[in-house]
Design a protein around this ligand. Structure first.
Ligand SMILES: Cc1cc2nc3c(=O)[nH]c(=O)nc-3n(C[C@H](O)[C@H](O)[C@H](O)COP(=O)(O)OP(=O)(O)OC[C@H]3O[C@@H](n4cnc5c(N)ncnc54)[C@H](O)[C@@H]3O)c2cc1C
Length: 410
C-alpha cells in the first residue's frame, strides 16, 4: 500500500480528517479535483463546533484562523418571525475556547477552505494532490483501494467528496430523497445598513419559504452573505423558482433597501441528516455531505463535516490497531456519528417540521418578546459545565431558541 488512508475531497470534512490523522501519527493521501483557493457555495457561518475542533487540534490553528482579516466574529443570532418581530439571542462564549474568542464566525469559503489547506500543507505526513479528480476507485478485496487517476493504492478510503459524491451513490447505494434534501441560493451583498450589533447572524422566517428561511450573515466592511434555503419537496409543492424568489427578495425586501449585489446568485444542494443512513462499508467511510450530515434545521454542515472527519480518523487508527477493516467493524463509525450528532439531528428534524406553521412562530415570537427573561433563561443553561460543551454551537442555540419558541410555556 502507498498510504494507509486515502481521502477524496479536501473540503472541511476531508481536510479535518487529514489533520486529525496527522496528529494521530498516521500518514494519508488527500486528493481534490479543484485547485485552491476555490469558491464553494455556502453561507459561510462557522459555528463553535468548528472553532472547538480547530482548538482541539492545536490552539495555534485557532489563533491563526482568528487572525484572518476576512472573517467576522459572531456573538449571537437575530430571529425574525413571519410577523416581523425580531428576537435576539446571544451565543455563549468560553467553554473549551479562550474567553475572548467569539462563539461563532462568518468567513467566505474561498478563504476558509484555503486556510484549512494551508494547515494541511504544514503537516509533512499529509500528501496533498489538487487538480485531480478521482472518478472510479477500484476495490481490492482484503487489501484496500486502487485510485487509478493517482496510480496509488490505499488501505482505507474516506469519501469526503461532498453533496454530489458519485462514490456514495455507486458504492454505498445512498440516494437523495426530496424530504431529506434542501436547495439553496446565495449571493454576496455590500452596503447593508441596520445590521444588528456584534456581528449577529440574521434568520428571517418568511411565510412563503417556511420551513425554510432567508439568512443574512455579516462580513467585514459592510458586506454580507445572504441567501434562501428550502426543503426540495416543499419547493416542488409550492412551485417556487428559488433563484427568482431570491432575486425578487433582493429587490423588494426592506432588509436589502440599501444593499448592492456583488457577483452572481449561485445555488447548490444540502443533503440533510434527517434520517439515519449506512455510512461505512468494507474499508471505506463516508464523511460530511457525502454522508448526508447537514443539520436539517439550521443548514449547518461545516461543523458536522469536520466532526465526521475527526471520528473517521479515529476509527481508522482503531482499524489499523486491530487489523480489522470488514463492514461489521466499520459500523463503529456509524454508531459513533449517531451518538455524537444523532440527538441534535432528531431534535432539529422535529423543529424543522414544526417550523412550517407561521402562526406558531408568530405566537412564540410574541411570547419571547413579552417575556425577555425567557431568552435570559436560555443563556443561564450555560452555567452547567456538561451542557456548555454541547451548547458551544450556534446550531444548538438555534434549536433551543426554536424549542423555546415552540414550547415556551411548558
Ligand atoms: C447555499 C448553502 C449555504 C450553506 N451555508 C452553510 C453555513 O452557513 N454554515 C455551515 O456550516 N454549512 C453551510 N452549508 C453546508 C456546507 O456548505 C457543507 O455542509 C460543507 O461544505 C460540507 O463539507 P464537505 O467537506 O463534506 O464537502 P465540500 O465542502 O463540498 O467539499 C467537497 C470537496 O470534494 C472535492 N471533490 C468532489 N468530487 C471529487 C472527486 N471526484 N475527486 C476529487 N475531489 C472531489 C470538491 O472539489 C470539494 O473541494 C451550506 C450549503 C449550501 C449549499
Amino acid at each position: 500500500m502507498d498510504y494507509p488512508v486515502g481521502i477524496i475531497g479536501a473540503g472541511p470534512a476531508g481536510a479535518a480528517a487529514a489533520l486529525r490523522l496527522s496528529y494521530l501519527g498516521m500518514p494519508c493521501l488527500l486528493v481534490d479535483k479543484a485547485i485552491f483557493p476555490r469558491e464553494k457555495v455556502c453561507g459561510g457561518a462557522i459555528s463553535g463546533k468548528v472553532t472547538t475542533l480547530l482548538h482541539r487540534l492545536n490552539p495555534r490553528i485557532l489563533a491563526r484562523f482568528r487572525a484572518l482579516p476576512q472573517q467576522q466574529g459572531v456573538w449571537g443570532i437575530r430571529f425574525v418571525a413571519p410577523n416581523g418581530i425580531p428576537i435576539d439571542i446571544r451565543f455563549p462564549a468560553g467553554g473549551e475556547l479562550p474567553a475572548d474568542c467569539p462563539p461563532g464566525f462568518v468567513c467566505p469559503r474561498f478563504i476558509f477552505d484555503d486556510f484549512l489547506l494551508q494547515e494541511v500543507r504544514r503537516r509533512a505526513s499529509i500528501r496533498l494532490v489538487t487538480g485531480l479528480e478521482i472518478r472510479r476507485p477500484v476495490y481490492l478485496p482484503g487489501r484496500g483501494w486502487h485510485l487509478p487517476e493517482a496510480d496509488l493504492k490505499v488501505g482505507l478510503l474516506f469519501d469526503a467528496s461532498g453533496a454530489c459524491s458519485a462514490f456514495s451513490r455507486a458504492q454505498a447505494g445512498l440516494r437523495r430523497h426530496p424530504r431529506h434534501y434542501a436547495v439553496s441560493v446565495r449571493a454576496y451583498c455590500r452596503n447593508l445598513t441596520d445590521c444588528p450589533p456584534n456581528g449577529f447572524l440574521e434568520l428571517h422566517f418568511l411565510r412563503a419559504l417556511l420551513p425554510g428561511y432567508l439568512w443574512v450573515f455579516p462580513l467585514p466592511g459592510g458586506r454580507a452573505n445572504a441567501g434562501i434555503g428550502i426543503r426540495a419537496d416543499v419547493l416542488k409543492k409550492k412551485r417556487l423558482k428559488l433563484r427568482r424568489e431570491f432575486t425578487e427578495l433582493l429587490a423588494s425586501h426592506p432588509r436589502f433597501r440599501t444593499a448592492r449585489l456583488e457577483g452572481s446568485v449561485q445555488g447548490y444542494g444540502l443533503p440533510l441528516g434527517s434520517r439515519r443512513l449506512p455510512i461505512s462499508g468494507p474499508r471505506y467511510m463516508l464523511l460530511g455531505d457525502a454522508a448526508q450530515l447537514i443539520d436539517p434545521l439550521t443548514g449547518e454542515g461545516i461543523g458536522n463535516a469536520m466532526y465526521s472527519g475527526f471520528i473517521a480518523a479515529e476509527q481508522a487508527a482503531e482499524c489499523f490497531r486491530q487489523q480489522r477493516f470488514d463492514a461489521d467493524f466499520m459500523k463503529a463509525y456509524d454508531q459513533r456519528i449517531a451518538r455524537v450528532l444523532g440527538t441534535e439531528m432528531k431534535l432539529s428534524t422535529r423543529l424543522q417540521r414544526a417550523g412550517r406553521y407561521p402562526a406558531l412562530l408568530n405566537a412564540v415570537a410574541d411570547l419571547l418578546n413579552s417575556r425577555p427573561e425567557t431568552t435570559g433563561q436560555l443563556s443561564a443553561m450555560y452555567t452547567d459545565l456538561e451542557q456548555r460543551k454541547a451548547l458551544a454551537s450556534p446550531a444548538f442555540w438555534i434549536q433551543r431558541a426554536a424549542e423555546a419558541l415552540c414550547f415556551g410555556k411548558k
